[in-house]
Design a protein around this ligand. Structure first.
Ligand code: APR
Ligand code: PHB
Length: 391
């Protein structure tokens, strides 16, 4: 099997890359370890930056997102029993975010690729990548009980944090930057209407809580928990009791309860690998970097990477010019590190750090008060949250 761009992974990065390349007449094949049903139904992120929305819209995959997604013009920061709204349009010159679940984005992208005759091989895990330094790299993949080979001009490693592409890069090439946080998020899906029109980020001595939404009938709620905890330790009553305590507001606001239909625990970590490329292999999305979910940047960073990568590949295949590809990692890492900082900053400001002494707790409270009382500080949060413009 042969193609121009061999893509490992049908997440947001791999599917969008394939779509953008196809629009420029460049062919690709996507190898995906999971089934189509799995890819299209796994609950992940849900906040789209304005730039992500604009890119999906301008490339013809924004129709359902515009119809079913919800545009939000602000978020609420809640602490000490009070809510403080951060208004995005007034602080960012009119920008906003759209709430639209990641798996719905994936559904739209899978459909547009398959309708155009694109090749997505589901249930087909890549095993390893050979000959990265030559002109003809090869991806070995499992198809049923057989191992087969996809040769290509370029490999895009879009296989997430636990994929095989990053590990195919020889020892000594990559530098890894890692930060683990002393907590995780217990996330639940709740049937019922939202309790508030916008997302609520709550900082509380018992720990962080977040009220987000997926649709008018399905809500996504989180509580900070021990990273090694298990969902079995969280019966519904305990979850509701923590949510009520952490989201409490003095004016009598009430969180609406409903049936909990799913629970999971995600660890919190920051991770960046430098450079994001080696020879003919280019890493994009979670394969190259992870952010804690507090800033809602994971999906948007994956989109930003493939925006840069698709532009560089189109230049390479149409004119033979390698400048964009050579600069790929450096170009992406500027935005990646900005998002890493923002995600770390939001995480540090809003969570309860078990080891913090009184001094650090006082600093955290001072920071919260500053963000909700200074226009400059609120604007810093807002412009990062809606997404900085592309340079
Ligand atoms: N072979 C083929 N596919 C693989 C392999 C492999 N060896 N290993 C992993 N994959 C697939 C996974 O099954 C998954 O569908 O690669 C895909 C990677 O997708 P994501 O993890 O979603 O990563 P990415 O496209 O970079 O998107 C990042 O997704 O998980 C969220 O929070 C994250 O919002 C962020 C965004
Ligand atoms: C979500 O809806 O899953 C979500 C929203 C905002 C975040 C993180 C997750 O910061």
């Amino acid at each position: 099997m042969r193609t121009q761009v061999g893509i490992i992974g049908a997440g947001p990065a791999g599917l969008l890359l394939s779509h953008l390349l196809h629009r420029a007449g460049i062919e690709s094949v996507i190898l995906e370890a999971r089934s189509r049903t799995d890819v299209e139904s796994t609950i992940r992120a849900g906040v789209l930056e304005q730039g992500t929305v604009d890119l999906l819209t301008s490339t013809g995959v924004g129709e359902r997102m515009r119809r079913d997604g919800a545009v939000h013009h602000g978020i609420e920061l809640r602490f000490d029993g009070r809510g403080h709204r951060i208004d995005f349009p007034t602080l960012t010159g009119g920008r906003a975010i759209t709430l639209y679940a990641q798996h719905e984005v994936l559904r739209d992208l899978v459909k547009v690729r398959l309708d155009a005759g694109g090749q997505i091989l589901f249930d087909t895990p890549a095993v390893d990548v050979d000959d990265l330094d030559g002109h003809c790299p090869a991806i070995r993949f499992r198809s049923g009980s057989r191992i087969e080979t996809l040769t290509c001009d370029v490999v895009a490693g879009c296989d997430g944090f636990r994929g095989v592409s990053r590990t195919a890069i020889p020892d000594g090439v990559l530098t890894e930057h890692v930060r683990a946080y002393p907590f995780g998020w217990l996330g639940v899906l709740v049937e019922g209407p939202p309790s508030a029109p916008e997302l609520i980020y709550a900082s509380h001595p018992r720990g962080f809580a977040l009220a987000s939404t997926r649709s008018p009938t399905l809500q996504r709620l989180y509580v900070q928990c021990d990273p090694a905890d298990e969902v079995e330790n969280w019966p519904d009553a305990r979850i509701w009791s923590e949510l009520h305590a952490r989201l409490q507001r003095d004016d009598g606001w009430r969180l609406a309860e409903g049936p909990i239909v799913q629970k999971d625990i995600v660890p919190m970590r920051s991770f960046v690998v430098e450079p994001m490329q080696h020879g003919r292999l280019f890493l994009a999305g979670d394969a190259a970097h992870i952010v804690p979910p507090t800033g809602a940047k994971g999906l948007n960073l994956a989109v930003a990477d493939v925006r840069v990568l698709s532009g560089a590949l189109i230049e390479f295949f149409t004119s033979g010019e390698r400048g964009g590809l050579d600069a790929y990692s450096a170009t992406c890492l500027r935005r990646v590190w900005r998002a890493e900082h923002f995600s770390w900053w939001m995480t540090a400001m809003l969570h309860h750090f078990p080891e913090d002494d009184r001094f650090l707790q006082k600093l955290q409270q001072a920071q919260l008060h500053y963000v909700v009382s200074s226009r400059a500080a609120a604007a810093t949060l807002a412009e990062n949250y809606v997404g900085l413009p592309f340079q």
